[in-house]
Design a protein around this ligand. Structure first.
Ligand code: MLC
Ligand code: AMP
Length: 513
């Protein structure tokens, strides 16, 4: 590798252990376990990168991927980095109208999808001008690997600068439409290196990887952590609490959204003995209830380390790794080294410790901007260059951050983001609907659950379950409201604005009874 090549793959490759025959990834839920050595990763990603090179794509082409989780899907991500293009992961739950938007907006040169979806995905992609559509299935079949099989198994990582794009992650959208957060090789590598130090990653670690790989948590925080340490991963294609609990005795690190911890607590096999080899449990992507934090300590003898981040910034804060006693439940810890975190008031004024305001951040991890939205990007940064997270919080005298809420209208359900405006858009388009309000209410498993409150047009009759059923045909399943209420009118303030806080209060006990 050239000394000034900032290609993230090259940095990860440099961390592989000397013994390339050692196991890098073991699958936990394939029919029989599969063992991928470090050499397999090196060769497999070389073949995929050579296939991508053979397409002679324009620089920084987007490669959009909607496939089930597999080691080959992870290799595809690494191969896109290696070839110097831009990885665009898509949630497997997304349906046609959602995929149509992402493909139309990102204009990917290549789309990779599950074989079962090839018909509709390829149609959308070809209509949007995409030239290449491949398939990749969970069982390692599909045209992508068929084609890569003819490629050479050595490849020199493309020369990339720290500021060159590595990935686009679609996120947020207060107006109902997602924005593509552009992350660079430098953003991802700097954050991976900081976490490597902060969490004491070692070659002897074994990470249980049970998160999806289309979001920051599973794709970057977890995978980069293990790869940059040259540590082994035990790979679950989906989270099954019983199966994960059974493998805890072999592991040293686990990462999850709070729902994963809540579900693991339901397993009798979760005991101090099962966790005796563990050195680190990390939680993030949504608030970890103090109740879960404490229950975990009692059941396992371990203190969960909660950290905070987002698609636009990767990781921002983390509770301390050492000493374990310095991890404080209900807080997300101090800023990571090199990251700036401050809390400002409505008028942009700095606030003293303890006061609640908007969380603003800066650092080498902060993204380059929203894809093709320079105006939106500008709005989200302060005049002095800090990114406005949309989270509301407070810092204490020791610099620990507590997230107390969000100024953005966002629901986080089981670690997935749901934008009320997007769901309201679909509901409002249905026949007989005058207007709607979508809110998040407390849920024992998902943290928050999506609920819709809908007003019919005069003389129209609406049925809540029919609205849910219709939404299920249109949008990702986790976005579909768990409950739909039909009401005569929505509560409004004197300015005519819908008072969602009153609706949230009214329905707060819905799932807690
Ligand atoms: C599944 N369902 C959900 C849901 N996941 N409902 C609400 N919220 C969710 N998150 C519903 C489905 O709609 C379906 O309902 C039923 O549950 C079964 O679907 P499933 O796919 O079989 O569910 P399951 O496998 O149990 O998934 C639950 C889960 C999953 C918690 C394992 O949601 C998950 O992996 N969450 C992690 C998300 C994540 O990685 N976030 C990181 C974002 S990164 P029906 O009615 O259709 O049958 C980020 C930055 C940072 O935020 O800081 O990390
Ligand atoms: P995403 O857009 O999926 O990257 O989601 C990022 C958002 O998740 C942040 O802006 C926060 O609102 C939320 N988040 C992530 N980690 C935590 C945490 N530990 N506690 C509370 N909220 C969190």
């Amino acid at each position: 590798m050239h000394a000034d090549n900032h290609n993230l793959y090259a940095a990860l490759r440099a961390a592989f252990p000397a013994d390339l025959e050692a196991t890098a990834i073991e699958t936990a839920d394939t029919a029989t376990p599969l063992f991928y050595s470090w050499r397999d990763l090196e060769r497999g990603t070389a073949m995929l990168a050579n296939l991508i090179d053979s397409l002679a794509l324009p620089p920084a082409s987007r490669i959009a991927v909607q496939t089930e989780k597999s080691v080959e899907a992870l290799m595809l991500y690494l191969a896109v980095l290696r070839a110097g293009h831009v990885f665009l992961p898509l949630n497997t739950a997304y349906q046609a109208s959602e995929i149509e938007y992402f493909i139309g907006n990102a204009e990917p040169a290549v789309v990779v999808c599950a074989g079962k979806n090839f018909g509709w995905v390829s149609k959308l992609a070809f209509l949007a001008g995409t030239k290449h559509v491949y398939t990749l299935n969970e069982d390692r079949t599909g045209t992508l690997l068929d084609r890569a099989a003819f490629q050479g198994d050595t490849h020199t990582p493309a020369q990339r600068g720290a500021d060159d794009l590595a990935a686009i992650l679609y996120t947020s959208g207060t107006t109902g439409r997602s924005k593509g957060a552009m992350l660079t090789h430098g953003n991802l590598l700097s954050n991976a290196q900081v976490l490597h130090q902060a969490w004491g990653w070692q070659r002897s670690d074994m990470l249980i990887h049970a998160l999806p790989i289309f979001h920051v948590h599973g794709l970057f925080v977890a995978s980069h952590g293990a790869l940059l340490a040259g540590a082994k991963m035990l790979w679950f294609s989906r989270f099954e609490p019983r199966a994960v609990a059974a493998r805890l005795p072999e592991a040293t690190v686990f990462m999850g959204v709070p729902t994963l911890y809540v579900r693991l607590l339901g397993e009798a096999a979760l005991t101090p003995a099962a966790c005796s080899g563990m050195r680190l449990f990390v939680s993030g992507s949504a608030p970890l209830l103090l109740e879960t934090f404490k229950a975990w300590q009692v059941r396992t003898g371990h203190t969960i380390l909660e950290r905070y981040g987002m698609s636009e910034t990767v990781m921002l804060t983390s509770n301390p790794y050492r000493p374990e006693a310095a991890r404080r439940g209900g807080t997300v810890g101090p800023a990571l080294p090199g990251v700036g975190v401050r809390v400002h008031g409505d008028q942009g004024q700095p606030l003293p410790p303890g006061d609640i305001g908007g969380v603003e951040v800066r650092g080498p991890n902060v993204f380059k901007g929203y894809w093709r939205m320079p105006e939106k990007t500008k709005e989200e940064f302060t005049a002095d260059g800090w990114f406005k997270t949309g989270d509301v919080g407070k810092l204490d005298a020791q610099g620990y951050l507590t997230i107390v809420g969000r100024s953005k209208d966002l629901i986080i359900s089981g670690g997935y983001n749901v934008y009320p405006a997007e769901i309201e858009g679909y509901v409002n388009d249905m026949p007989g609907v005058a207007e709607s309000a979508v809110i998040g209410v407390p849920h024992p498993d998902f943290g928050e659950a999506v609920v819709a409150v809908v007003v019919p047009k005069p003389a129209a009759t609406l049925d809540g379950s029919a609205i849910s059923a219709a939404l299920k045909q249109q949008i990702a399943n986790f976005k579909v409201p768990k409950q739909v209420y039909v009401v005569d009118e929505l509560p409004r303030n004197t300015m005519g604005k819908v008072q969602k806080n009153l609706l949230r209060e009214q329905h707060k006990a819905l799932f807690l009874r």
